[in-house]
Design a protein around this ligand. Structure first.
Ligand SMILES: Cc1cc2nc3c(=O)[nH]c(=O)nc-3n(C[C@H](O)[C@H](O)[C@H](O)COP(=O)(O)OP(=O)(O)OC[C@H]3O[C@@H](n4cnc5c(N)ncnc54)[C@H](O)[C@@H]3O)c2cc1C
Length: 273
């Protein structure tokens, strides 16, 4: 398919981790079901959803099966996947890549990760890629009373020699572990932190998902329902669970979004001018 030179028609998502892949899938569903209904006078065949990634496959941190299936699902949804392309710059009109290629786009979404804020005064030598190097108790190296937890912490362990992944589970459990350690009478009783990976998953549009559980992987329709069920269970309070369940059912059945801003030129005013 030809890529449009008009930046308005190219949605560029940078980064093909779970965030980028899920966004690309959601935009593809929007292009198919929502936009043509809201703007019946426009032809959305020209709308390109382009996922740019420095990796060879999407979801490079997941299993090989998930990588291959997610690439296939993206293709089925009409998403253009640009592999091995490292984005170097964006000037508001064009996305620039290391290879010299460019894409005209007025809609760029950064999904290639976030970095933590540097705190002035702390020894810069304890920083690795904007994360603070800590010991196994989340204590910043070289300091007695400064701790770093979650995304900002860079803790090397035999299981994770290049530090833990920047995910919510690590942040929550490092916080819990450190809190429990503070409550212990002696520092000799402190427990080291280690991450137990319970798996990861990502959805790619409607009815398609990939799930990697320890020792068990599956993809497709069933994986999508599993994703929905698990996320519903993780939502706090029964009331919220029920409310969200009905919202999801409503969206599922009518293939629509409850949030929208529709801008249609006012014909009457235009002719009067
Ligand atoms: C788009 C996206 C999708 C994600 N999806 C998932 C997912 O599906 N599953 C998953 O496990 N993880 C996911 N993550 C990662 C997850 O959100 C992080 O790993 C997690 O939030 C880390 O928690 P944290 O407490 O370390 O940092 P954060 O949640 O980032 O919290 C840091 C807080 O500190 C504040 N702050 C920063 N600097 C200062 C300062 N100088 N002074 C005061 N406050 C400051 C920030 O405003 C923020 O509120 C996702 C991340 C992104 C960006």
């Amino acid at each position: 398919r030809k890529r449009s030179d008009d930046g308005n028609w190219n949605i560029v998502i940078v980064g093909s981790g779970p965030t980028g892949v899920e966004l690309a899938g959601a935009f593809a569903e929007m292009k198919k079901d929502i936009l043509p209904r809201d703007y019946p006078h426009m032809n959305f065949d020209n709308l390109n959803i382009i996922l740019v990634s420095s990796t060879t496959t999407p979801l490079s941190v997941m299993s090989e099966e998930s990588q291959q299936m997610s690439e296939k699902y993206l293709k089925e949804l009409g998403v253009q996947f640009m592999s091995d392309e490292f984005v170097t710059d964006y000037d508001g009109d064009k996305v620039y890549m290391k290879s010299g290629k460019t894409i005209a786009s007025n809609n760029v979404i950064w999904a290639a990760g976030v970095i933590g804020n540097i705190i002035e005064g702390l020894n810069p030598d304890v920083m690795i890629r904007n994360r603070y190097k800590t010991d196994r108790f989340n204590r910043v190296l070289g300091y007695q009373n400064i701790y770093a937890i979650g995304d900002i912490a860079y803790m090397e362990t035999p299981k994770y020699p290049q530090a833990h992944p920047q995910v919510a589970n690590v942040a929550i459990n490092q916080g819990k572990n450190l809190g429990r350690n503070f409550l212990r009478k002696s520092e000799n009783d402190w427990k080291e932190y280690e991450y137990t990976d319970r798996g990861s998953m990502a959805t790619i549009g409607k009815h398609r998902a990939v799930v990697d559980l320890p020792g068990f992987k599956f993809q497709g329709f069933l994986a999508w329902y599993f994703w929905m069920f698990l996320h519903l269970m993780l939502i706090l309070s029964v009331r919220n669970k029920i409310a969200i369940f009905f919202n999801w059912m409503w969206s599922y059945l009518n293939k629509d979004s409850s949030l929208r801003l529709i801008i249609i030129p006012n014909k009457k005013n235009n002719t009067e001018q």
